[in-house]
Write a protein that binds this ligand. Structure first.
Ligand SMILES: Cc1cc2nc3c(=O)[nH]c(=O)nc-3n(C[C@H](O)[C@H](O)[C@H](O)COP(=O)(O)OP(=O)(O)OC[C@H]3O[C@@H](n4cnc5c(N)ncnc54)[C@H](O)[C@@H]3O)c2cc1C
Ligand code: FES
Length: 486
């Protein structure tokens, strides 16, 4: 599996030393959209902010996304309405509109090119068309200027469609680079290759401060914001109620001709399409084939099937890049921006965008910084209903009770160490053969091998490790145990 198409340009944050022993107002953990926008808003309000990133800026989903900035998100608004009611769908839509408006203002004032195409959700069959009608009814009920098409003229299989005009698309690496420049100009220090491995909240109430331990050193903060996609370090209900979903994207050199729009299908396998203007030509992005991380066999076929789809419907498109990335789907269907239950009001988490973090991240960051500065947040993602959450839990998280039981056991007793440890052997890209322990260091789930990405993936909360056990991503904070191969 290759590198994201967007990675053709690099982001170089200004050199900054780890603030060893220093105390700052806010440590933000993670330098994706959520972390950098939180840092920017907080620094603009006068807070001293340090961002600690395990890898490099944009190493998570933010540097590998499709980067549609849209309030029309497949059929999410009607799904949220059917689970939690119209007022929650309204709050969610308003939060995402806030995110879109935030990008329009930020990109306009920081020299980031954007396009404002329509967003289109399309169906391929009768069942999908019925689902799409429910989305149109919800858009109408929310007063959004949506339009219905019985047929759309596109080169791929599509029947009816719903359109929302004047949405946005951008180059996520350009946007991340602009965020780095803007935050740095306000004195934010971004420290790459500093994985946060421990947080200790000391003191109480107004006197509490958080000791932050990382690969790069130790510092302390009044507040810590985990902008880590899934809540790093958490072993409680927050992490247990989010599902990691991995999906795949391909980029193609394309002579052009697709009517302007950002397209997404109702039915599975989802097909997500958009184009990217690149000087005098276009690049076509085709995505889809999402699955719960650590559960799919034959991952190598996921990119192949996207290529076959493009070859069939866009015969002149030439494949250039294929990659994958993951985002987190909360059982509530709604993103989270608020305190962690164990953080004594000092450790917070923002994330869980179900693959719609472009609009979600500015909203979550705004809510977070408003709360940290004692203001009433201007927007909210809405309130989940208990019955809605139960419905999602039953259909999507069949093993949630097992995870929660594991959480409870972990909290109550130190888990006994198994006497026989499962061990896996795999060959890394450089030809080195490694033997590693196959119990996830996060909460002990059994890892499975992902052939396409040559990684060990965890089905519980999406931690991933290289063939030789190095932690790649997810809520775990350490590598797998390595064993002798002789
Ligand atoms: C294939 C795909 C396509 C998508 N397409 C769209 C789209 O078209 N539109 C849209 O709105 N959204 C889309 N999304 C979702 C969107 O990209 C994400 O929701 C968004 O990028 C999440 O940003 P983030 O900053 O919260 O997380 P991330 O970008 O994942 O950043 C988290 C960061 O935290 C770091 N980190 C983790 N643990 C630690 C630790 N312990 N210490 C220090 N650092 C740590 C990671 O290295 C990472 O850099 C897509 C997602 C995927 C996977
Ligand atoms: S990521 Fe939680 S058990 Fe593996």
């Amino acid at each position: 599996m290759g590198t994201s198409f967007w990675r053709r340009t690099t982001i170089d944050p200004p050199e900054a030393e780890f603030p060893e022993g220093e105390h700052v107002d806010i440590v933000v953990v993670g330098a994706g959209f959520t972390g950098l926008i939180t840092a920017l808003i907080a620094a603009a309000r006068g807070s001293s902010v340090v961002v600690l990133e395990a890898h490099t800026v944009g190493a998570g989903a933010s540097g590998s996304t499709t980067a549609k900035v849209s309030v029309l998100q497949g059929t999410r608004l009607s799904t949220i309405r059917s689970h939690h009611g119209l007022e929650t769908a309204r709050a969610y839509a308003e939060a995402n509109q806030y995110g879109l408006d935030w990008w329009a203002e930020f990109c306009g004032s920081h020299g980031v090119d954007v396009q404002r195409p329509r967003a289109v959700t399309f169906s391929r069959g009768v069942k999908g068309t019925n689902t799409l009608r429910a989305e149109k009814r919800t858009l109408d009920a929310l007063g959004l200027p949506a339009r219905w098409y019985d047929r759309i003229d596109v080169p791929f299989p599509a029947r009816s469609a719903v359109e929302l005009p004047d949405q946005m698309q951008l180059d996520p690496v350009d946007a991340l680079a602009a965020l780095v420049r803007a935050t740095s100009a306000l004195g934010v220090r971004i420290i790459e290759h500093s994985r946060v491995t421990g947080l200790d909240v000391r003191g109480h109430d107004g006197d509490a401060r958080v000791q932050v331990r990382s690969d790069g050193g130790t510092c302390s903060a009044r507040d810590v914001v985990l902008a880590t996609a899934s809540p790093a370090l958490d072993r409680g209900p927050t992490v247990a109620s989010m599902e990691a979903e991995r999906s795949y994207l391909c980029a193609f050199e394309y002579p052009g001709g697709l009517e302007e729009g950002m397209y997404g299908s109702v039915e599975s396998p989802v097909r997500s399409l958009r184009t990217v203007p690149v000087s005098d030509r276009e690049v076509l992005l085709v995505g889809g084939n999402g699955h719960r991380t650590g559960t799919a066999a034959g991952t190598e076929s996921k990119i192949d099937s996207l290529r076959e789809y493009a070859a069939k419907h866009f015969p002149s498109a030439e494949f250039t890049h294929g990659w994958s990335a993951q985002d987190f789907h909360p059982v509530t269907l709604l993103p989270k921006s608020g305190p962690m239950p164990w953080g004594k009001g000092r450790v917070h988490f923002a994330g869980g965008y179900s693959k719609w973090g472009l609009t979600g991240a500015p909203a979550a960051a705004g809510i977070m910084v408003d709360r940290l500065s004692g203001r009433e947040p201007r927007v909210s993602f809405g309130k989940p209903s208990l019955t809605g959450v139960l419905r999602t839990s039953v259909s999507l998280y069949a093993d949630l009770p097992i995870q929660l039981a594991a959480t409870a056991v972990q909290a109550a007793v130190r888990p006994p160490r198994p006497t026989v440890r499962p061990i896996g052997e795999a060959t890394a890209d450089d030809g080195e053969t490694c033997r590693v322990g196959l119990l996830c260091p996060h909460m002990g789930a059994a890892l499975s091998w992902n052939e396409a990405e040559r990684s060990w993936d965890c089905p519980w909360h999406g931690s991933r490790f290289s063939a030789c056990g190095e932690l790649l991503e997810g809520p775990a904070t350490r590598d797998l145990t390595r064993y002798d191969t002789t």
